[in-house]
Design a protein around this ligand. Structure first.
Ligand SMILES: Cc1cc2nc3c(=O)[nH]c(=O)nc-3n(C[C@H](O)[C@H](O)[C@H](O)COP(=O)(O)OP(=O)(O)OC[C@H]3O[C@@H](n4cnc5c(N)ncnc54)[C@H](O)[C@@H]3O)c2cc1C
Length: 325
């Protein structure tokens, strides 16, 4: 795949450069990266979607709505609202999705999981969404609350592919599903996981949103594997702008996202320096999306964590402006 970078051939080593010039020699003999293409070089601004979580307290509710209002002007294709482990946020997810539908110009998508519920219960939740005017579901298996091995509910949907098929029987929802560039941690093998993704799309999902990742190359290689598996639906990269590195590292260990050493080095020494951390976070995520954009990727899903600033700035860098569709 095209790296998207303007590269110049490396300068060959020069015999006459002595040891005292070692630094200059090192600079002159490495690969040359001139620049990434300017964002304006792309034909159109990319299509974005933003993910929120349903708030637990009044303070978090205020934070969420500040975030929603700030990002609304960027006219995302849709915004999605997560569903707590084991359905623990069912009412709050529903209330948030309905309020977005009622009070904003945004198109909401409700996350829904299989864990711990009978099919009939899940179908009823989906029907309520449909009746309320919600047309987009992010269909997931979910995880066992508190961790532990997943065992399907005896009367429930076992895996996300079963849920997608069930939802399609309830109504003609638009359905997005999850994908894992570095393989889902519980998958039998990368190929088994790819087969599972294909089953979800064959069952009626029209898009996959990936787990977050930090090396653009990880995503680009995953796209190659999807294509080789006969998948043609959009695989939208999930972008997580990380400003709390320690927390992200802890979380990544459980969800199959590797944290590269270079990233650790970037955040090193910023533990007590939130301002520098935020700048590092913005640059890191901006670089990631710019490389993807340079490789032709023109759809992005942002895990906002209900904080608008980094997402807004990175969207701006991608060429997305208020008032532009
Ligand atoms: C974009 C995105 C949004 C998310 N939102 C939420 C959310 O709102 N709430 C939440 O609780 N979690 C959420 N998650 C996390 C998700 O629920 C977990 O990662 C979960 O462990 C897997 O869900 P899935 O839908 O990918 O499952 P599936 O696609 O069902 O796959 C789960 C595992 O089972 C394997 N598998 C699939 N089919 C079979 C089969 N027939 N037999 C044996 N093994 C099989 C797969 O290879 C994989 O290892 C989200 C993840 C992503 C990437």
């Amino acid at each position: 795949m095209n790296s998207g970078m303007d590269t110049l051939p490396p300068t060959p080593p020069q015999d006459h450069i002595g040891p005292q010039s070692a630094t200059l020699e090192r600079w002159l003999t490495g690969p040359r990266f001139n620049r990434l293409p300017a964002p304006g070089a792309q034909d159109a601004a990319p299509a974005l979607s933003f993910e929120f979580f349903p708030p637990r307290t009044e303070a978090l509710e205020t934070q969420l709505w500040t975030c929603v209002r700030r990002l609304e002007g960027l006219a995302p294709r849709f915004v999605s609202v997560t569903y707590g482990a084991g359905g623990s946020t069912q009412a709050r997810t529903h209330a948030t999705v309905e309020r977005i539908l009622r009070e904003t110009s945004l198109v909401p998508a409700a996350h829904l999981t299989c864990v711990g519920a009978e099919r009939g219960v899940i179908d009823d939740i989906a029907r309520q969404y449909w009746d309320a005017g919600v047309r987009h579901i992010v269909a997931l298996r979910g995880d066992v609350p508190g961790g532990g091995a997943y065992v399907p509910h005896p009367g429930g949907y076992a895996y996300a592919a079963d849920l997608v098929a069930g939802l399609k029987k309830v109504a003609d929802f638009e359905i997005s599903v999850a994908a894992y560039p570095e393989t889902h941690p519980a998958a039998l093998s990368p190929q088994a996981d790819m087969d599972s993704l294909k089953r979800k799309l064959d069952a009626g999902a029209t898009r996959a949103i990936t787990n977050y990742f930090f090396d653009a190359d990880v995503f680009l290689r995953f796209l190659d594997r999807c294509l080789a598996a006969g998948i043609t639906a959009p695989i939208v990269p999930g972008i997580m702008p990380v400003s709390n590195f320690a927390q992200a590292k802890k979380f990544s260990a459980g969800c199959g996202a590797s944290v590269p050493y270079w990233m650790e080095r970037l955040f090193e020494g910023t533990e007590d320096d939130p301002e520098t951390r935020r700048i590092v976070a913005a640059v890191t995520a901006a670089e990631q999306v710019r490389v993807l954009q340079a490789n032709g990727v023109d759809e992005f899903h942002f895990y906002t964590l209900n904080r608008p600033d980094l997402t807004y700035a990175i969207a701006h860098i991608l060429g997305v402006r208020e008032g532009l569709k």
